[in-house]
Unconditional design. Structure first.
Length: 277
């Protein structure tokens, strides 16, 4: 399939993790821009109404476009607020209606929809997971963050039980199977990997590979701890826009390595141009 061919229905990519600070919004924006740069129409939804990092990223991008007269591609973006209704059932019904309305609106003209979920177990986040064709769970490379997927025996480095989040994902997968819908492709990406061959890194690799078999997710290389991922936020740009940035003349080896990390993620997800031909 080429970039200018229409999809019968949009592919939905959800960024989910019930822990904050793992790089969901940064990953979401790089996915959005990468797909836009391939010529696709892309919509995105920000469910994190409190932090709204993805929304601010898009707003910064629009401001950069206007001030620089640059033709950086823009997504169709919607920010959603959770219901404040005190009655749980009524609140969930309102959230479902608002979410599905936004999804339907973006589905009319976009081939991909990227959804950034909050670091919590709010109903709208669970609902988004149920629609995911691809679920990406960014994870900082530490046992503190791994706890969001499973409890680990510290002495034996054995998995004792899956977490509430993993059970929720499993439940959504089971429901999709019962409805004869395509399976959720769950991908866990390890962020902030150390370049050093430290014991913690080796132990993490051992445990997470066991966990991937037990919970049926794929592993993807994530993003290193690089300043450039944060620097470009104020312009609303990503490493895939680098030629449009005022800093393009100061391209460094670190920037090139960071861009390769983004390209590797696209390749693993099957979203790079070579895999879509």
């Amino acid at each position: 399939m080429t970039a200018n061919q229409q999809l019968s229905k949009p592919k939905i990519i959800v960024l989910g993790n019930e822990k904050g600070g793992t790089g969901k919004s940064t990953t979401a924006m790089h996915l959005v821009v990468g797909l836009l740069r391939q010529g696709y129409n892309v919509g995105c939804i920000d469910l994190d109404s409190r932090q709204a990092s993805l929304t601010r990223y898009v707003e910064n991008r629009r401001a950069f476009q206007e001030s620089s007269k640059s033709k950086v591609p823009m997504p169709s973006h919607i920010r959603l607020d959770m219901s404040n209704n005190a009655q749980k059932v009524d609140a969930e019904n309102e959230d479902k209606q608002v979410f599905e309305s936004a999804l339907d609106s973006l589905s009319q003209e976009n081939q991909y929809i990227v959804i950034d979920c909050p670091g919590s177990d709010r109903y709208m986040s669970v609902l988004a997971h149920s629609y995911a064709d691809i679920l990406i769970t960014p994870l900082n490379d530490s046992f503190v963050d791994l706890d969001v997927l499973a409890s680990i025996d510290g002495d034996k480095l054995e998995i004792t039980q899956p977490s509430c989040y993993s059970l929720m994902v499993w439940e959504q997968r089971k429901m999709r199977a019962m409805q004869r819908k395509p399976a959720i492709d769950w991908v866990v990406m390890r962020n902030r990997l150390s370049n050093l061959d430290a014991r913690n890194k080796r132990d993490m690799t051992k445990v997470i590979e066991k966990l991937s078999k037990r919970l049926s997710f794929r592993l993807a290389p994530g993003f290193g701890e690089r300043v450039i991922f944060r620097e470009m936020f104020l312009q609303g740009l990503t490493l895939l826009d680098f030629r449009d940035s005022k800093a393009s003349s100061s391209l460094t080896l670190s920037h090139i390595a960071a861009r390769q990390e983004v390209q590797q993620l696209f390749a693993v997800l099957g979203l790079d141009q070579d895999n879509q031909k």
